[in-house]
Design a protein around this ligand. Sequence first.
Ligand code: FAD
Ligand code: NAD
Length: 467
Amino acid sequence: MADSYDVVIIGGGPGGYNCAIRAGQLGLKTACVEMRKTLGGTCLNVGCIPSKALLHASELYEAAGKEFASLGIETGKVSINMEKFMGQKDEAVSGLTKGVAGLLKKNKVDHIEGKGHIAGKGKVVVTAADGSKKTLETKHIVIATGSEVTPLPGVEIDEKQIVSSTGALELDKVPGKLLLIGAGVIGLELGSVWRRLGSEVTVVEYLDRVLPTMDGEISRQAKRLFEKQGMIFKLSRKVTGVEKSKSGLKVTTEAAKGGEEEVLDADVVLVCIGRRPYTEGLGLENVGVEADKRGFIPNDHFRTSAEGVWVIGDATHGPMLAHKAEDDGVACAELIAGKAGHVNYLATPSVVYTRPEIASVGYTEEQLKEQGREYRVGKFPFMANSRARTNHDTDGFVKVLADAKTDEILGGHIMGPHAGEMIGELALAMEFRAASEDIARTSHAHPTLSEAIRQASMGVEGWTMQM
Ligand code: FAD
Ligand code: NAD
């Protein structure tokens, strides 16, 4: 006899496991099917968490070698123990993935190990690693199968010399020359890790700027700062092939518009040109659901075109971010339970965990110009912020964009220390549809980095004080 559920969620990443927990809390009989050995999806296993563990440790390593002495801290020669450096990352991953398993249990969600296949309306067949099959019957199916690396034709990933982000989190030695294809979030984060440990990092980017989805001013300044740190950028160029030889890799590049060939040497190549939805073997055809040209499953408030089949997270449209997947999962479970569920994607922040950190919420200036919307700008540099000065960490600035007539905050962009933590204030303000004046008149403790957000907000009406 098939096991019977209210909801079967396929995928145990941030989308799937949060959807499962919320469904469990709402009293729905819920199963979460995951084909990986551990829960947590891309984010916990090979994404957010391991990358941040390496970013944190490598940032301290660089600071110990280059900055401690100027603070009067004398350490002697600083070196990396690669086994421990990787071990602390693995420890963070395993602790957190076990934590998710505990949360599912606490909320009475059945965790079913194996690959889920939609066999028809209300029917999911799970194939375990040993080949055994189990059929689940359910009122609702939630697709939370996430994403995979977008491949680059002609550049075959072996996860040793030519790696994706997964291989770049596992390298056993520091590559002499690391070449990144793509100057997006993964490239700049993982490129920073290996540069700090000693790699010469070259980045080949198809477009004429780094971090193309960020505010233009931020992306221009970020490029200058990363160049100062030693990264080499080859913008408006594409990789046409990678040849393996005994001495390493020969990477052929040419101008994005064609011609101007240049061959670059590398020890390791990291392909990071984006991610695409993962729906392989899912059985979408059995319920008449079709992905779009880029592989995303379209949704209307998480409902697909098939009744009783829902989709959340990286498998559908919107930013490919863990907290977006989590928000989708919660809202989807609430809708299934007959409650209201909604996600305001405009207030979804995004963060690049480099140094300086780069964080953004809402519209960029370019998007507002495109919309023809009248807006005002308030800006404040960390060079003029007392806490940043005290900490000798002054690169970057805060920019607040507000509607010219109503003063409603339309966007916030921060490049600087702890930007990823501070963007929460601007995201909350946008969620409350606050005006820039609301932040400008809110007391902020002194001396804190967040005073820069207040000063930038004061700048919208031209009364910035600390300059
Ligand atoms: P996923 O996390 O991809 O989870 C989907 C799960 O479904 C997987 O575990 C997969 O094994 C499983 N699955 C797929 N098909 C089936 C099937 N048929 N049956 C059973 N199981 C199946 N985002 C951030 O917000 N912050 C960050 O700092 C950040 N850093 C990142 C760093 C890297 C290197 C990468 C690659 C990504 C990063 N991301 C980050 C993005 C983030 O990981 C994703 O947006 C997020 O994991 C998406 O969640 P999801 O639940 O939709 O999918
Ligand atoms: P991305 O979309 O951030 O960047 C890809 C870059 O590659 C872009 O700049 C693009 O113009 C460039 N590109 C595309 N095709 C190219 C080609 N043929 N040659 C050269 N350049 C090319 O993608 P990513 O860095 O691979 O990250 C994937 C996803 O993972 C992102 O959507 C991101 O949201 C998520 N992620 C998030 C975080 C975070 O939140 N801190 C960290 C890592 C990854």
